[in-house]
Design a protein around this ligand. Structure first.
Ligand SMILES: Nc1nc2c(c(=O)[nH]1)N[C@H]1C(S)=C(S)[C@@H](COP(=O)(O)OP(=O)(O)OC[C@H]3O[C@@H](n4cnc5c(=O)[nH]c(N)nc54)[C@H](O)[C@@H]3O)O[C@H]1N2
Ligand SMILES: Nc1nc2c(c(=O)[nH]1)N[C@H]1C(S)=C(S)[C@@H](COP(=O)(O)OP(=O)(O)OC[C@H]3O[C@@H](n4cnc5c(=O)[nH]c(N)nc54)[C@H](O)[C@@H]3O)O[C@H]1N2
Ligand SMILES: [Mo]
Length: 839
């Protein structure tokens, strides 16, 4: 399930009642200043409200062309660089026409897959592209079965509940007979499969103890492996930016901020008075174990909490004390691994124990080899500290993302289009409906066997039939022959891109719906040019956790060239595929506006059903004409929400979803899987590559964080790139002393390499981290030369494509060692943002 859906389900219920008028006067003023004379037609001159992952925007058009893009409102002083480049995202690097790779067009049965990414492209008529895809899909289903169709399409898309590309793809694939999809994601792959065993829920996408409670009660806030001042620029829906406001308030309070990050990050710099602890990358578990050992030996830990609220501490103890393996996890032991002094480890543990402490943890630590361990160990440590469920104490795994902790508002909730049901076909290929049948039941059983963890995609394509362990089950890799992606840029986001490039030669057909000529689009056989969210109507809620606004996303400009909405592409594919599908897919021809109105009306009905809820929510036509968001307010209950508060009050009545109903420091279930790389309790495992290993295969640990001026690869092609590109390449941050030693100066091109490949990046010298680390942000569009060297500096050429462990099979992007040297010779031309070759 994607995050949006999860939240819709979770916050769908209307919370307790409260009048809002008094609380939002500041916002109301801003909103009052908006223009209100926009009807439902396309505005050629004026300002239109829309929404992006990076916030609500006012986009100004002149003669139908975008001339300005600005935030709709500013609720904090933190600058969000992503908000000003809407014109570029409509007019640059667009795919103009439906296109087919030359060899595929010549012979779809023998399409020379080895030429993917290098072949010439041929422009075709839209109708012909539709017919081609429908025909080839049907052929593949017949020849290789539905399990040879892959529609995982793991990745981001644009804001908007209706034009949700991956869901629209799944709806189409379900209706035509089903397709293999994936489990988990790249964001929280390791932790989200671990947490259900530990706390009984996925945890990472849950509402946090509310910010007002934290600001009032916490004495210490620990930001552990998170960079919220950067990562809160965006949300899966649209950010309300209130997370920024609260992190800003945190700065003005008498609360000690501790940031644990190998890098002096934007967040460390923002809290200029914070205590910055810089462990060696990938070693936090050892540091946590050192703290736990100290708290145990000194007798300070909260025995009552452990006894009342947790399960299995006594089975973890022999490991902590070294009785099971001969190695006591003392601060001295930890220090040798994480390179933080033993006295600092003790001092920190005491500080957390003696003061109301909130651990705010990001997800970087788990995007690493053995990424199952850090959050499990963090919760073990927090349990020993004993403040879970108290106001301002415990842990939160989503304050850094989509504004977790911003109190949930009470109001209506906008839903979205569904993935629909599996279609049934008779022996003649005639569509007979979506009723349950033995065939459908058999298909559902098959998906249990074949659906695989998202980051295994390259391995799956390279090794069909291989059986792997996953979370106590066996999964058989399907033989993917038809690959359809709509939303996401795997040829940039996946680890070890040279291996993925090889894997991408395996399917017979690769179809991609894309807006831009991304590296993934360039790797396809057939591309459909897709509209940006500014070229279509949609609707979205802000905040993800807060659900504060309903935002109309009115079309800003005409559709670009021959770009079509994903909805239209899939509706037309339905028509071409079989009689009767189009009617089911579109519910008898519903248009975009029909769906949007339906979503809104349902939310409106929810609101009207609560008599004392005062909101400015109006009937749809007025709302749509007005060009303003609906605003909802939080409630006393959500303002004072304490995560695990109810569990703490009464752990019998409010059991957790774990087998014991308690926090599982030891999980019999996980232990029962018998995995060598993930045991029944959290533990320190050496990563496959790390700075403390014997015979390091390369010199530096590469951290590939999320980028300050992009959402992954989105916006890489815009002039926002001028803010960060060095010598026209993605920047690599290098320690000053190292650079001197290697003869590298600021602005030099640098060759970054290891046994998996190489990339070219532009040097920025820094003292933000030690001499054994380099940093290159994820998301630069992969731009390979003939040998696979990325000319645009995409770090995923160098990362490792193995699973975190058998438990979760998460990706391990943050575990990789690399070498660097000054680039010599003539720099190759950057082609990342150029069109491919057209025939
Ligand atoms: N080294 C390293 N790698 C990482 C990470 C890391 O920390 N380090 N992080 C990982 C994480 S957490 C994530 S989430 C992934 C992100 O990886 P992705 O989700 O693949 O990244 P995006 O660049 O957001 O890709 C979204 C794509 O969807 C397209 N798109 C937008 N709107 C639409 C639409 O309406 N229709 C269609 N058809 N397409 C649309 C955009 O043009 C863009 O190309 O990267 C992962 N990779
Ligand atoms: N501007 C912007 N915001 C984003 C995104 C984006 O692309 N751009 N992506 C969004 C998405 S999809 C996601 S999943 C989230 C990702 O959110 P996170 O996973 O939390 O983000 P990362 O950038 O991977 O890492 C955050 C911090 O962890 C540090 N770190 C790396 N390795 C270690 C380690 O071993 N130990 C410790 N203690 N710290 C370490 C990094 O230096 C970095 O400062 O961000 C979201 N927000
Ligand atoms: Mo992510």
């Amino acid at each position: 399930m994607n995050r949006q859906r999860r939240n819709i389900l979770k916050y769908g219920a209307i919370l307790g009642a409260m009048p809002i008028a008094s609380k939002f006067s500041a916002f109301s003023n801003l909103i009052g200043a908006q223009m209100s004379d926009i009807g439902s037609g396309l505005v050629r001159n004026g300002t239109v409200l829309t929404a992006t992952h990076w916030g609500m925007l006012n986009v100004t058009v002149k003669d139908g062309i975008i001339v300005k893009s600005e935030p709709y409102q500013k609720v904090s002083g933190i600058y969000n660089s992503l908000q000003y480049y809407t014109a570029d995202s409509v007019y640059k690097t667009r795919i103009k026409y439906p296109m087919v790779r030359k060899s595929y067009l010549q012979n779809p049965n023998s399409p020379k897959p080895e030429l993917r990414g290098r072949d010439e492209w041929v422009r075709v008529e839209y109708e012909d592209a539709i017919k081609l895809v429908a025909r080839e899909l049907k052929k593949t289903r017949k020849e290789h079965g539905d399990e040879s169709i892959y529609a995982g399409s793991q990745g981001w898309k644009s804001s908007g509940n209706f034009h949700s590309s991956t869901i629209l793809l799944h709806r189409f694939m379900n209706l035509t007979g089903g397709a293999i999809v994936t489990m988990g994601n790249y964001s929280t792959g390791a932790v989200s499969f671990t947490m259900p065993h530990v706390v009984g829920s996925i945890e990472v996408y849950e509402q946090q103890t509310s910010w007002p409670v934290v600001l009032e009660n916490s004495k210490v806030v620990v930001i552990w492996g998170a960079n919220p001042i950067l990562t809160l620029k965006i949300a899966w829906t649209t950010t309300d930016e209130l997370g920024f406001k609260y992190f800003e308030e945190l700065k003005s309070k008498d609360i000690e901020v501790v940031v644990i990050d190998p890098i002096r990050s934007e967040t460390v710099k923002y809290y200029d008075k914070c205590k910055h602890i810089a462990p060696r990358p990938n070693t936090d578990v050892a540091m946590m174990l050192g703290m736990a050992h100290h708290l145990y030996i000194s007798g300070k830990y909260d025995k009552d909490f452990i006894e009342t609220y947790t399960y299995g501490f006594e089975k973890f103890l022999p490991y902590l004390l070294g009785k099971s393996d001969g190695v006591a996890k003392t601060p001295e032991w930890a220090s040798k691994i994480c390179q933080v002094k033993p006295e600092v480890i003790r001092e920190l543990a005491d500080k957390f124990m003696d003061n109301r402490t909130m651990f705010i943890s990001g997800w970087s630590m788990q995007r690493a080899h053995h990424g199952e361990q850090p959050h499990w160990m963090l919760i073990t440590l927090a349990s020993m500290i004993g403040q879970i469920g108290l106001p301002g104490g415990g842990f939160g795994l989503s304050y850094h993302y989509a504004n977790g902790g911003v109190p949930t508002c009470k109001g209506g909730v906008i839903t979205g289009i569904s993935r629909g049901n599996i279609g049934n076909f008779d022996e003649n290929g005639k569509f007979t409906g979506t009723h349950k049948s033995p065939a459908v039941q058999a298909w559902i059983e098959k998906t249990k066997k074949y659906n695989f963890p998202a980051p295994r995609i390259a391995d799956v394509m390279l090794h069909p039939g291989k059986v792997i362990d996953h979370n106590g089950k066996k999964i058989t890799y399907p033989d993917i022959q038809f690959f359809y992606w709509a939303g996401g840029n795997p040829m940039t986001h996946h680890q070890d891109l040279n291996t993925l490039t090889k894997a991408m030669q395996k399917p017979r057909t690769v179809v991609v719906n894309e807006i831009y000529w991304t590296p993934t689009a360039k790797m396809a056989d057939i591309v459909f040019p897709i509209t940006t969210s500014f070229e279509r109507n949609d609707i979205v809620m802000s905040g993800e956790y807060s659900n504060m606004h309903i935002v109309p996303m009115k079309q800003v400009v005409e559709k670009f060239a021959e770009a079509k909405d994903d909805y239209q592409v899939f509706s037309d594919l339905c028509k071409a595929y079989a009689d009767g599908l189009y009617e089911v897919y579109t519910q008898n021809g519903k248009t975009e506006m029909d769906w949007i109105k339906e979503f809104y009306d349902a939310a409106y009905a929810q609101v009207k059903a609560v008599p004392d809820l005062s909101t400015d929510m109006k009937p749809f036509d007025e709302f749509w004409a007005e060009n303003k968001p609906v605003i909802f307010a939080s409630t006393p209950e959500s303002d004072t929400y304490v995560r695990y508060g109810k569990f703490r009050e009464d752990p019998i009545l409010n059991v957790l979803g774990t087998p014991s109903g308690l926090i599982e420091i030891y999980s019999d279930v996980v232990a029962g899987f018998g995995y060598d790389d993930c045991w029944g309790h959290p533990a320190w495992f050496e990563p496959v590559e790390w700075l403390g290993m014997k015979d390091k295969p390369a010199e530096f640990h590469m951290i590939s964080s999320h980028p300050e001026d992009r959402l992954h690869s989105q916006l890489n092609y815009t002039s926002l790139r001028d803010r960060y590109a060095i010598n026209n390449r993605e920047p690599i941050w290098i320690n000053k002393n190292v650079a001197k030693r290697k003869g590298i100066k600021d602005g030099d091109l640098v060759r970054v390499f290891n046994k998996r490949g190489e990339i070219i990046a532009g040097a920025i010298l820094t003292d933000d981290f030690g001499e054994d680390i380099v940093k290159i942000n994820e998301g630069a569009w992969y731009d390979p030369d003939e040998k696979g060297c990325c000319k645009n500096g995409c770090p995923n050429v160098l990362t490792i494509d193995i699973p975190s462990s058998k438990l979760a099979n998460g990706n391990i992007a943050h575990t990789a060692l690399v070498n660097i040297e000054k680039f010599k010779g003539i720099a190759p031309e950057l082609t990342a943002f150029k069109d491919p070759k057209f025939a």
